[in-house]
Design a protein around this ligand. Structure first.
Ligand code: FAD
Length: 412
């Protein structure tokens, strides 16, 4: 059964009914969990998509949002007020599902991770009560990293930033010999980071197979108010390889999100694996090999996100563990053809293991729960030194472990 509540009170009634009758259930936001953890056979789906309002505060520093909203719907409202917030790379992903377990995206180095931008929440607990973090401040720390482990989030209050325009797009490189191009791109980019690279610029490195064949490039997003400050860095990015195309232009966060979202498929088979690396240059050769071995059909991709700046501040107000400057490596092992899924999943598994074993000191423990399989994670990996806080909050707010996703398979 799929239920689409319209209000927080509807969610409260629904949770009471589900718990009283001992029904299995899942919570669905944008529906983009790569492991399908927001759907289950013969369970009730609490589909949050109809709860999706945006109320901007008077000073325009925060917005109160319905938890079922996706990134594009949110940014549509923020754009009208020349505002932005940290968002992910694909606009159809649910904002809440994305933000509560980390929230990587192109504004991270300037504005922080998704978890860091949540300043308040309303949650329906297992007894059907609507808890407000203004009255339960300890719960806010748990939601920032452990998200739905305490109840159904029905509303978030998030930080917003004045952003009139951004300088954003892709720089693509000639990539006939993709292995050495990707290897060099990683080495050259690592050198660039040593030149006081500004936090206002978010960069991801990527290779995939598009309709015209293999593509290798860098996404570039500058949130500098004065875009002239970004242009010298764009010129340096163009020199990471032999530039064959540059789509970087003055745009808005909304237009850029739309453009990014056009990259994805409507459906895909396969899985995703992740690795958190401290240095790219140390494993640049391996990353080149992984790029080279990418299955040559549309679907699989190697994407590397850079995490610096406020996302790496020691943050006592969240249980999210990975606070060291690092690179999130996404090994997207998917295909739009079911028959090809096995090959691409195999590539993702092997590649992750290669990166982990190449230099164990270069890897942060664990993976990113939102883009990886819970079965290989531990609670220790997920929450690090915040594990005792998570456990205390769980005992206090969900002692019967009614809310298990996406952590249900994690080894204790
Ligand atoms: C195409 C694609 C692109 C992606 N890009 C990025 C990216 O750039 N950066 C990044 O960090 N991640 C990215 N991800 C991962 C994505 O952020 C996570 O999978 C996220 O959890 C998806 O949220 P959702 O609401 O769309 O998914 P859902 O499948 O609906 O939900 C995901 C999880 O969150 C829980 N949840 C959702 N809403 C609520 C709620 N209101 N209350 C309690 N629990 C809730 C669900 O139960 C489930 O466990 C991407 C995934 C895909 C498929």
């Amino acid at each position: 059964m799929i239920v689409r509540p319209q209000t927080a009170d509807d969610v409260a009634k629904l949770v009471k009914y589900i718990v009283k009758n001992g029904l299995e259930f899942t919570i669905r936001g944008g529906g983009h969990d790569m492991m399908g953890r927001s759907q289950a056979q013969d369970a009730v789906t609490i589909d949050m998509r109809d709860i999706r309002y945006v109320k901007i505060s008077e000073g325009k520093r925060t917005a109160t949002i319905g938890a079922g909203i996706n990134m594009i719907q949110l940014q549509e409202e923020l754009d009208k007020e020349k505002l932005a917030t940290t968002v992910g790379n694909v606009g159809h992903v649910g904002y809440t599902g994305w933000a509560i377990y980390g929230g990587y995206g192109f504004f991270n180095n300037n504005f922080g991770l998704g978890v860091d931008n949540i300043v308040g929440a309303k949650v329906v607990d297992s007894g059907g009560s609507v808890l407000d973090t203004d009255e339960h401040p300890d719960l806010l720390k748990g939601i920032r990293g452990a998200g739905g482990a305490f109840g159904v989030i029905v509303e978030l209050r998030i930080k917003t930033y004045h952003v009139e325009s951004i300088l954003a797009g892709w720089v693509f490189f000639e990539c006939q010999d993709v292995g050495s191009v990707f290897d060099n791109m990683c080495r050259n980019f690592s050198q660039l980071l040593e030149e006081d690279f500004p936090n206002e610029i978010g960069v991801s490195l990527m290779t995939t197979t598009g309709p015209m064949g293999r593509m290798c490039g860098v996404s570039f997003v500058s949130s500098f108010e004065d875009e002239e400050k970004a242009r010298p860095w764009l010129a340096k990015i163009e020199k990471l390889g032999t530039c064959v195309m540059n789509t970087v232009e003055t745009t808005t966060p909304l237009k850029y999100l739309h453009a990014q979202s056009a990259f994805g498929f409507n459906s895909a088979y396969g899985t995703c694996r992740t690795a958190n690396l401290l240095s790219l240059s140390k494993v640049a050769g391996k990353l080149g090999d992984i790029a080279e071995s990418l299955p040559a059909f549309s679907g699989p991709a190697l994407v590397i996100h850079m995490i610096r700046g406020p996302s790496t501040d020691v943050c006592n107000s969240s249980v999210f563990a990975n606070r060291r400057p690092h690179f999130l490596v996404e090994l997207i092992g998917t295909s739009d053809e079911e028959s090809q899924a096995q090959d691409t999943v195999k590539w993702a598994h092997i590649s992750r293991s290669t990166l982990q074993h190449a230099d164990p000191d270069n890897s942060l423990p664990g993976t990113y729960v939102s883009l990886d399989m819970s079965g290989e994670l531990t609670y220790e990996n997920l929450f690090g030194t915040n594990l005792p806080t998570y456990k205390d909050l769980k005992v206090k707010y969900d002692p019967k472990n009614v809310f298990m996703q996406p952590f249900s398979l994690i080894k204790i």
